[in-house]
Design a protein around this ligand. Structure first.
Ligand SMILES: Cc1cc2nc3c(=O)[nH]c(=O)nc-3n(C[C@H](O)[C@H](O)[C@H](O)COP(=O)(O)O)c2cc1C
Length: 365
């Protein structure tokens, strides 16, 4: 059984360290530089600390503004390969846009990555939403969700068929015609790598509950999250599957609450790259349904702070309280992001992880 699928722990990962700015569209000079040097340092720190996974964002053009937030991005399959070669325990996901990547190629890349890492590779599937990015690639984003997800389903059916087929097969589908197709090696131990999807639309959530192990959804208001998580898990059970729900959080952890709050105001209000923030929000709202549209005002602040992530701000105890609240709402885990991941993670590791262990949310490593 894959480590990340079998664990009873509340799982923790990082998100977006392959992208310039990480999850923080700020003008501050210490904003995250998504160099390989920084990613390698972070991967080693996380692996050593027993963090469960790293999740990248696949991005082909940035969000503009003074910093061109997410303008400099390490491609996720190559990024994951290098990280998995360097680490021992971490699961590392690649993020793939189905329209930009042929399923036969991705199935083979993932199986190779899984062999290199002895079963620590994962796949985050993006069905598509970012129209200007599609245009930059010369692709057309289908305007309607049903077409996007019919394509995503056929794409993933092919990947799964390759991952499980011993013999060559033909494929005669709506979008793909394949002849004499197969892919070896198969995934490590012939187990399917863990699958993530972050859909918000009805069609997308049907896709996620049918196919994914983890569905990502923003935690904007935990009283709503509780019902949402139950509903999603129920929807998965109705098709005979177990799907866990994850969210993403942004961490500012300091010895005092005042220090944490002051820094939050400094990077996410006074020094936010507001042009990039507004471009990011406009695009999300134009083409995706991941964020509830009625929570827009609250979301603008949260996008400036952590790309819409759940705020974990304050002392180590307050940050641990926030994580406990996510757990109580039914989430199985969260990603973490920091303004400077490498500089700030060690404080989280030393002060927050022991609290989570003491509360029984995670086993000691
Ligand atoms: C955790 C997480 C990871 C995501 N990763 C990516 C990504 O790497 N690339 C991308 O284009 N979109 C990414 N997205 C955006 C979602 O894929 C997008 O909102 C979703 O496809 C919209 O689906 P919907 O139209 O069904 O709501 C991510 C969203 C979340 C919450």
């Amino acid at each position: 059984m894959r480590a990340i699928l079998g664990t009873k722990d509340f799982v923790l990962g990082t998100f977006a360290s392959n992208c310039s700015g990480g999850m923080t569209p700020t003008l501050l000079p210490e904003r995250w530089a998504s160099s390989w040097e920084n990613n390698e340092k972070l991967g080693l720190l996380l692996d050593e600390a027993g963090i469960d996974f790293m999740l990248p964002i696949a991005r082909w053009i940035g969000y503009g503004g003074e910093t061109d937030f997410h303008g400099q991005v390490l491609e996720t399959m190559t990024w994951a390969t290098a990280l998995l070669a360097k680490t021992k325990r971490l699961t590392v996901f690649a993020t793939i846009h189905v329209a930009a990547n042929h399923p036969v190629v991705v199935a083979k890349q993932m199986a190779s990555l899984d062999e290199i890492s002895r079963g620590r590779a994962g796949l985050n599937i993006v069905a598509g939403w970012n129209k200007p990015e599609y245009e930059a690639l010369g692709l057309t984003l289908p305007p309607d969700h049903p077409t996007r997800y019919r394509y995503a389903q056929e794409w993933f059916d092919i990947v799964e068929k390759i991952w499980t087929s011993e013999t060559p097969f033909d494929w005669d589908g709506e979008f793909f015609k394949l002849k004499g197709c197969y892919g070896k090696p198969l995934p490590w131990n012939r187990e399917r790598p863990p699958i993530i999807n972050a859909a918000g639309s009805g069609e997308g959530r049907e896709f996620a509950t049918r196919n994914a192990d983890f569905l990502f959804t923003p935690a904007i208001d935990l009283s709503r999250s509780k019902a949402e998580v139950q509903e999603l898990k129920g929807q998965a059970r109705n098709v005979g599957r177990n799907v866990d729900v994850l969210t993403f959080s942004h961490v500012v952890c300091r010895p005092t609450e005042q220090e944490a709050r002051d820094y939050w105001t400094h990077f996410a209000d006074k020094n936010a790259d507001w042009v990039a923030v507004d471009n990011l929000i406009a695009l999300q709202f134009a083409n995706a349904q991941s964020f509830p549209h009625d929570l827009m005002a609250l979301i603008r602040d949260r996008f400036a702070a952590g790309h819409g992530g759940f705020p974990l701000v304050g002392t180590p105890t307050q940050v641990a309280d926030g994580i406990s609240a996510l757990h109580e709402a039914g989430f199985k885990g969260t990603t973490l992001s920091f303004v400077d991941y490498v500089k700030e993670f060690p404080y989280f590791r030393d002060e927050v992880l022991p609290l989570l262990e003491a509360r029984g949310l995670r086993a000691a490593r």
